[in-house]
Design a binder for this molecule. Structure first.
Ligand code: CP
Length: 317
């Protein structure tokens, strides 16, 4: 069976800057209702494989597929024969002969996703791995673009665990001219050095600033304060006393006041009383639920790009 070539999204680092920003802009176009007639997935079949729980990402890609004219096959954590020992390479060889796109939230590293992506007939989308959550970053950039009309020069304070959302945000934001990303993470729970190193390379070209500290003193004035849940989906912490290390990083009213008019973002799900308070999450500065809606708009932009759709139709690879 012959099908057009497909594009994979495993890491933000896989995307050229123009390509990444085009998806971000396209997400904003979908959100504005300018692309309601777009059906780039007409006749396409999309597999949705989630080995971890999800409310937003799974629904965004499922609804996005249906809205773009595609059809769905949904796999839960126990459904594929990988569970009984079939090799991931064999699984990929079979699925790629039948599906156009596979949206996958794996249980661990990106290795399984890279194995799925070792072919070009079926696009593979990372719907969150242990290390990185690239579709979250794209939705977050679309949220910034919609709110501020630009991304260049925006200043973000990220407080909390240096998890997969933080890694993707670090890789994405550092590529925009003049942006600032102030990471405040508990010691031992920071963004991994390899992401900071990559972001430093991007920042050398873009003039961005990425700085990580392990305290909440001397908070800078920012445009956005961002946090995520302390217990990242699918992870556990070895230290039973881990909360002691996290408590100083809660985003409460005092942190927001230090931000001097900053908006509040949260990738959700939220645990009120942990990483933030109900007062902040439900307060006037919070755009967390608008951000969640943007996951749907951004998912359509990602799906469109993966099947070679969009304004240029050919990408910049
Ligand atoms: N933010 C996010 O990825 O949400 P879900 O885990 O519900 O998909």
């Amino acid at each position: 069976m012959s099908r057009p070539l497909r594009r994979h999204l495993i890491s933000i680092d896989d995307l050229g800057f123009e390509e990444m920003h085009r998806i971000v802009q396209r997400g904003a176009d979908f959100a504005a209702g300018r692309l309601e007639d777009a059906r780039p997935l007409h006749d396409a079949v999309v597999g949705i494989l989630f080995r971890r729980t999800s409310t937003r990402t799974r629904t965004a890609f499922s609804a996005g597929t249906l809205r773009l004219g595609g059809r769905l096959i949904s796999y839960g954590p126990g459904d594929l024969q990988e569970n009984t020992g079939e090799a991931v390479e064999d699984t990929a060889a079979v699925l790629s002969r039948m599906l156009d796109v596979l949206v996958a939230r794996t249980a661990g590293s990106e290795a399984e996703l890279r194995a799925f992506a070792a072919q070009r007939q079926m696009a593979v989308i990372n719907a969150m791995s242990a290390a990185e959550h690239p579709t979250q970053a794209l939705a977050d950039l679309t949220t910034l673009l919609r709110r501020f009309g630009r991304i260049d020069g925006l200043r973000v304070l990220y407080a909390g665990e240096g998890n997969n959302t933080a890694s993707a945000l670090t890789l994405a934001l550092s590529r925009y001219p003049g942006t600032e990303l102030h990471l405040r993470t508990p010691s031992g729970y920071g963004v991994e050095q390899r992401y900071l190193d990559r972001a430093a390379e991007y920042a050398a070209g873009s003039g961005a600033l990425v700085a990580q500290r392990h305290d909440m003193a001397d908070l800078p004035e920012v445009d956005v304060v961002y946090t995520t849940r302390w217990q990242t989906t699918g992870t556990t912490k070895a230290d039973p006393e881990w909360r002691r290390d996290f408590e100083p990083f809660q985003v409460d009213k005092a942190v927001m006041d230090a931000g001097a008019g900053a908006l509040f973002m949260h990738d959700l799900p939220a645990h009120r009383g942990d990483e933030t308070t109900a007062e902040v999450l439900e307060g006037p500065a919070s755009i967390a639920f608008e951000q969640a809606e943007n996951k749907y708009h951004s998912a359509r932009a990602v799906l469109e790009w993966c099947v070679g759709g969009g304004p240029a139709g050919d990408g910049d690879e």
